[in-house]
Design a protein around this ligand. Structure first.
Ligand SMILES: Cc1ncc(C[n+]2csc(CCOP(=O)(O)OP(=O)(O)O)c2C)c(N)n1
Ligand SMILES: [Mg+2]
Length: 1012
């Protein structure tokens, strides 16, 4: 068993040890043969030559010289002169040498016997500890690891022998902090090595030398390379013990009372709780007021109870009640619920320093790591709403598993948002519960990197590996992580190496798959026992104090258990804080009109189409903006982009926050939006929507191109949208089909989050969709999948459109006019509940000559709301008798059908557009059915039959027809592509043929006989 990735086969390699003095000797196998390296799946190890570069040759005669004696000083003077004239003329190692030593030379004459080569090599040895000391650190509580210690950590590799140990060396490292800094006194080699070992090879493995910022490394070295090891006071130790007792006894209590219940216990990693508490306390001391947390199953109940202070009797009651639904007194809506180790909560926690800190744990699904971006997005929203410009008052903390941190791509997607201007939260603290196993999978099968945290190196984040059996070391790194985050406002990672005492859950048998490890664990003392022993042995805490803590905790646990028996859960954690006053799906709610007063509309219109005189605008963009001005002035021909900007601008004026991200959204994938105008000379960007009002707060309107990620970015925006209901948060996919990269967010959060966790969101996803010959990947946003997830009952006719939306899990629309797009966006906020909105957004309609609206359609006098269905616009025949066919369709195919109808001068076919597919507008569809009593009913779509809206529409249309006595499913005729594996053809000409055939078929004279 090995908790690191490198294979155990390496254990048999030769151990190179010539300098066998005490603990400097290398405990584990070393790599000293290039041929052995091929067995490692790590890039960490370099060849001998690479790890210990040989300095520029020094003439042999000088090599034997004593450091800075008269002979070598002549030589050095020559070199020094050359270096002073041009530092590049000498080898870099000599450059370091001169910077470090020569300035102090006269004072250092007492250091007899230190040769130049020795100085160089000592520096390399020190550096090897700083870079690779973690590989020798005692990180595995089970001591089963056989990581390879690089030979560079062995003093004999540099030619030092036993006899050198008590010689004095000067080793100040230029521009370095800590005990090796340049103003440190001379030390013996032994004391230098002792301190290096203590510092870098103890219970903490510091990985930070990959950070290419001298200031940051120095900051860390100051804290790591302390002259003496950090000692905690008795009081601090007592607090740590108290927290550890809580953590341990909580799990013991659950295990004893409910021995067969799944709880994904923390046994083996109990140090997590004291560590987290320390991190929270230190963060609070340093100014953090609110923390958003995300974590998976492992230890979640313990965190809920001991960190977030969810009442223990409530947790116990959830176990005793066997996960029965809560029947609330005052509210009806309970949703579908979720298992207890997925639920979130929030709490105002007092801290040791007397401050209070708001903690919230975000609910999450089984899908490991999916909550990461959600947490970070929520933290960013908190920063916006609290004016936390420094990003120092709101913090995100993520707790990961070792298997999932290394394996799940969303980890990387989230990490990579951390420094982007529109996404940064000033650093997330990551803590990995590294129990050295993922379900039943060993690290050797689970990752290719040495550490499960290696992915974070890409970010220049410091990584602190720590032995979970050394409580004080865990607390130390937690403290350090909090300090790092508050100082540098960037991510930091703690790799808490522990073990899993039981199986994946309490019912699993671990020795089926990890027999060796299980055996060792059975004989291994829990961290609480280890710490108690340490305190007793060191005399820091008397036995009585320890027993008193233990008694107190056990007493409270029993009291809470007793209280749980009479606990009657009736209050749901639902629509609190910023969401207070919003309505649950069971409460009467309203959707307000979305039309805007004419003068506001025109003012906003002016603001979004006017550019500053001094902006050097590209001539094409200039023309687009001139056309926009004209649209506003004349009130005619308003296109999609202007409608969208009007929606945003009017919401801003009304005091709402608008945030819109996705790949290339600023210009727009289809070059239609141009929400950011790039000055052609300075490259600076101007955003008209940031200037709708005077002194508009910069972030009030945010539009930002995102990283090339769907899962991470959509998750982030979802988290953002969940903080405050008074914001319109939108994410646009480059093409709708890329949304499937974010499937977990759609499935697990957006479509079902309200039902599972009683949390609302009004997030809007814009998914460009439509068949225009761009091939299988750029035609379909997979509308059918979004519709399949809709929970509106196909058998039940609803006549209250507001209630219908409230009760439905989300809305899916395919809008065909700019005005209707304007209204559907505004409708998101002009109501007293929130619901996700999926928009099959257009591509070629963005510039379609007929896809235009008049400005009056946006005002409150004419079209005051979103039209869920657009009736036929151009009929002249008597609907009762003259209409032989009613084509129902959705999306841009309407324009093609209409054009064909015009071409054929066809007056007996009505075409009506279902703009809101879900929830299904029964009332309006039934009105149309009644309007054309004799018409053949056709559903026309461009997608293949197994895709698009057909399978969603058919049963609902059938229910409507039955209710009106208009037949049944056989009466619904289908026009569209035939079933297909791929969403669309890759051949443009085939596309054109298919498209014109389906349009012609929909308008053919003969009745349609398909499919029945
Ligand atoms: C995305 C995803 N894939 C698979 C699973 C099934 N699963 C649940 S726990 C687990 C192992 C997790 O290992 P690790 O991250 O090390 O956490 P641990 O359980 O060891 O604390 C797996 C594979 C899941 N929950 N989520
Ligand atoms: Mg694990």
């Amino acid at each position: 068993m090995a908790w690191f990735r490198a294979g155990s086969t390496v254990g048999k390699f030769a151990v190179r040890r010539t300098l066998t003095h005490g603990h400097y000797s290398v405990r584990r196998a070393q790599i000293n043969d290039q041929s052995q390296l091929r067995f490692f799946h790590s890039t960490l190890y370099k060849s001998k030559a690479q790890t210990a570069p040989i300095p520029q040759p020094v003439p042999l005669s000088r090599l034997a010289d004593s450091f800075l004696d008269s002979t070598s000083s002549v030589y050095l003077e020559e070199l020094q002169r050359a270096w002073e004239a041009d530092p590049r003329s000498v080898d870099e190692s000599w450059g370091n040498f001169f910077r470090n030593f020569v300035g102090d030379a006269p004072k250092q004459l007492g250091i007899s016997g230190q040769t130049i080569q020795e100085s160089m090599k000592l520096l390399l040895l020190v550096r090897a500890y700083q870079v690779n000391g973690h590989l020798k650190a005692k990180l595995d509580p089970l001591n089963l690891d056989n990581r390879q210690v690089p030979v560079a950590l062995n003093p004999d590799f540099y030619g030092f022998t036993e006899s050198d140990l008590d010689r004095d060396f000067f080793i100040g490292v230029w521009k370095s902090s800590g005990f090796l800094s340049e103003n440190r006194p001379v030390k013996t080699l032994r004391s230098i090595l002792d301190r290096l070992e203590e510092t870098y090879c103890g219970s903490i493995g510091y990985e930070y030398m990959h950070i290419n910022d001298r200031e940051k490394c120095n900051w860390l070295q100051e804290r790591i390379e302390t002259p003496t090891p950090v000692e905690y006071s008795k009081d601090r130790c007592k607090v740590m013990l108290d927290r550890l007792v809580w953590s341990t006894e909580f799990e013991n209590f659950l295990a004893n009372k409910w021995s067969t219940a799944k709880r994904f216990g923390l046994e083996g990693c109990e140090a997590l709780i004291p560590g987290m508490k320390e991190m929270i306390d230190r963060s609070a001391e340093l100014g953090v007021e609110s923390i958003v947390m995300g974590m998976a199953h492992r230890g979640r109940l313990n965190v809920l109870g001991n960190v977030l202070r969810k009442p223990l009797h409530q947790i116990f009651s959830e176990f005793s009640r066997g996960n029965k639904p809560v029947i609330p007194e005052d509210e009806l809506y309970v949703g579908t619920g979720d298992v207890k180790y997925h639920l979130g909560t929030s709490f105002d926690r007092p801290t040791i320093s007397g401050k209070r800190i708001h903690l919230s744990l975000v609910a999450n699904p089984s899908h490991l790591e999916a909550v990461d971006p959600v947490v970070v997005g929520k933290a960013r929203a908190k920063q916006f709403y609290t004016d936390d410009v420094e990003r120092s008052r709101n913090l995100g903390i993520l707790i990961h598993g070792d298997g999932s941190f290394a394996g799940q791509g969303v980890v990387y997607e989230t990490l990579h948002l951390s420094a982007l201007p529109s996404y940064t939260t000033g650093g997330t603290i990551h803590m990995v519960i590294n129990n050295q196993v993922a379900f039943t999978t060993d690290p050797q099968s689970g990752r290719s990197s040495v550490y499960c945290t290696d992915v974070a190196k890409a970010l220049n984040a410091p990584i602190f590996h720590v032995n979970g059996d050394d409580l004080e070391a865990v607390v130390r790194v937690c403290e350090l992580a909090a300090e790092w985050r508050q100082t540098f406002h960037s991510d930091v990672v703690i790799d808490l190496i522990c073990y899993r005492r039981f199986g994946h859950n309490e019912i699993d048998e671990p020795s089926f798959t990890q027999p060796t490890m299980s055996k060792v664990i059975r004989g291994h003392s829990p961290v609480l026992e280890i710490y108690k022993r340490k305190l007793l042995e060191s005399g820091k805490l008397p036995k009585e104090d320890i027993e008193e803590i233990q008694r107190k905790v056990n007493r409270i646990l029993i009291e809470e258990f007793e209280a749980s028996k009479s606990y009657d859960p009736h209050k749901l954690d639902w629509l609190e804080a910023n969401w207070a006053g919003l309505k649950s799906p069971d409460q009467p709610a309203q959707i307000q009109d979305t039309g805007v007063k004419g003068d506001i509309l025109r003012n906003v219109g002016k603001a979004i189409s006017t550019l500053p005189m001094n902006l050097n605008v590209h001539k094409v963009v200039k023309k687009i903006y001139q056309q926009r001005s004209q649209m506003i002035e004349t009130g005619e021909g308003v296109d999609w982009a202007v409608a969208e900007a009007l929606a945003f601008g009017t919401l801003l004026v009304e005091g709402f926050h608008v945030r819109f991200t996705g790949q290339d959204v600023e210009r727009g994938t289809f070059s239609h939006r141009h929400a950011a105008i790039v000055d052609q000379e300075t490259g600076e960007k101007y955003y008209p929507l940031k200037h709708v009002m005077e002194n508009q707060k910069d972030e009030m309107f945010t539009i930002s191109n995102s990283s090339l990620s769907e899962f991470g970015v959509l998750g982030y925006e979802l988290g953002y949208s969940m903080e405050n209901p008074n914001s319109l948060v939108l994410w646009e996919a480059q093409f709708g089909d890329f949304a499937n990269e974010a499937q977990v967010i759609f499935d697990q959060f957006l479509s079902s989050g309200e039902a599972k966790w009683l949390r609302q969101t009004g997030l809007v996803a814009l998914l460009p969709h439509g068949y225009d010959g761009q091939g299988p990947e750029h035609s379909s946003a997979r509308l059918e999948r979004f519709l399949q997830m809709c929970n509106d009952d196909p058998r039940v006719i609803s006549t209250d459109p507001t209630k219908q939306i409230q009760e439905c899990n989300w809305q899916v629309v395919n809008v065909t006019t700019p005005a209707n797009y304007f209204h559907v966006l505004r409708r998101q906020l002009h109501r007293d509940f929130r619901k996700p909105l999926i928009v099959m957004s257009p591509k070629n309609l963005l510039r379609h000559k007929d896809c235009k609206s008049e400005l009056f359609e946006f005002d409150d006098m004419h079209q005051s709301c979103f039209k869920r269905l657009l009736e036929d616009q151009s009929l002249s025949s008597d609907p009762k008798k003259g209409i032989r066919r009613l084509i129902l369709c959705s999306g841009k195919v309407y324009y093609e059908l209409d054009e064909e109808r015009k071409k054929l001068k066809n007056k007996d076919v009505a075409i009506c557009r279902v703009e809101q597919l879900c929830p299904f507008p029964y009332d309006l569809v039934m009105q149309e059915l009644q309007r054309y009593p004799n018409a053949e009913i056709v559903w026309c779509q461009e997608e293949p039959m197994n895709m698009g809206a057909y399978n969603y529409i058919a049963p609902r249309l059938c229910t409507s027809m039955k209710a009106l006595g208009r037949g049944n499913i056989n009466g619904i005729k289908y026009v569209g592509r035939l079933p297909s594996a791929a969403t669309a053809t890759g051949f443009y000409q085939v596309h054109v043929k298919e498209q014109s055939e389906l349009v012609q078929k929909a308008l053919q004279r003969e009745p349609i006989q398909f499919p029945w």
